[in-house]
Design a protein around this ligand. Sequence first.
Ligand SMILES: Cc1cc2nc3c(=O)[nH]c(=O)nc-3n(C[C@H](O)[C@H](O)[C@H](O)COP(=O)(O)OP(=O)(O)OC[C@H]3O[C@@H](n4cnc5c(N)ncnc54)[C@H](O)[C@@H]3O)c2cc1C
Length: 391
Amino acid sequence: MSGRVPPPPVPATPLDASIDEACADLGLEGLARELDRAPRFPRETFRTLGERGLLGLSVPNDRGGRGLPLVDVGAALYRLARTSGATVFGKLALQPEFCSVLAEQGPPALVAEFYRPLCRGSTLVGNQLTEPGAGSDTRAMATEARRDGEEYRLTGTKSEAAFAVEAEAAIVYARVPAHPRGPGGITAFLVPQRGPGIERAAVADMGERWMRRGTVRYRDVAVPATYRLGEEGQGFDYVLPELHRERALLALIYLGVARRTLEETVEHVGQREAFGGPLSRQEAVAFPLTEDWAEGDAATLYALEVLRRRQEGVAADGEAAMAKWMATEIALRTIDHAIQFHGGRGYSQALPFEQRWRDVRSGRLAHGPSELMHLAARRVLWAGAGRPGSS
Ligand SMILES: Cc1cc2nc3c(=O)[nH]c(=O)nc-3n(C[C@H](O)[C@H](O)[C@H](O)COP(=O)(O)OP(=O)(O)OC[C@H]3O[C@@H](n4cnc5c(N)ncnc54)[C@H](O)[C@@H]3O)c2cc1C
């Protein structure tokens, strides 16, 4: 009894042919596996994706991106993740979006030097918010940027950052001491990563190892005042909308990987014989997979709907947070079922599922832990009413 998973509920996009070609020509599926075994940032592939117009999909054309509507971007990321069976390429495609503070607040010279090349895949820019003492509660950050004539002197430590040892530049958030403590004092800077006073170290990650995450120490690093992004004290106001925007897009990457995994598992249990018939005949096997299909498609439709609302100018921040946490949970469960129903081989590195699980597991932490996603969603549920716990 062989199953057939109906096509996923995502619209066609103008990028579909380019995505399929890139996956085939560049061997993206195999590359994702290689990047896990021997972690490195895939610089050549990043550049090639840029040449093929697969980076910065929602970034306006006049800033060097593709200028696609958000629903198309979400559908394209889903396709990229489903076809390659991996999170890496969708996340590379999104890196210009992750750096929109530079595009929106940076002086034209910095945008030309760093942002446009980022959209072409010829330079890499990271984001550094998290610190050893301030992660979920980023407002508690301690890194300081003291104004000194025409420059700032930057001192502090950033941690957990993607591309810590790879990026040419990073958007660094630091407190300008003249301002009050709290979000009002936080300012964004673009900081080239190879100057004096900068020390970088990678951590050994459980998944998404190609990101080369790590820690960056700044000791009295000179940052020209012209490298400040926007106004002093406004850094948080700039970055928060960006974080909200990205969550529904990330959800579609995780759901694309889940869908690919489900399709492979349904095929496997339709063929694998045990106890006189295919495994798919066992309800204990078929029901969980049916749930994975139903919940995966429902979460996909939901994430696309959040993007549609955002496209129409509705913030939908709490809903985007819900989309990310639900997608992560559904994807992890789907991959776990794949490990289980592929039996002993499912648990081995011969099959891609254990890597997919480790990669998608980052979704419970990166771009805000799932608990903070619940807090954002709670604000929607209790808008205008008494909050739980308040009198
Ligand atoms: C793959 C990956 C990539 C990342 N990339 C970057 C990056 O590029 N730049 C960057 O700045 N950071 C990055 N991060 C860091 C990430 O944003 C932080 O790890 C995350 O915000 C949590 O901060 P923390 O690690 O300090 O955990 P903590 O703040 O110490 O929190 C630990 C845990 O406590 C719980 N918790 C915290 N607050 C609450 C609350 N209010 N209610 C309930 N539970 C709570 C959550 O379970 C949380 O995971 C990345 C992380 C990962 C895993």
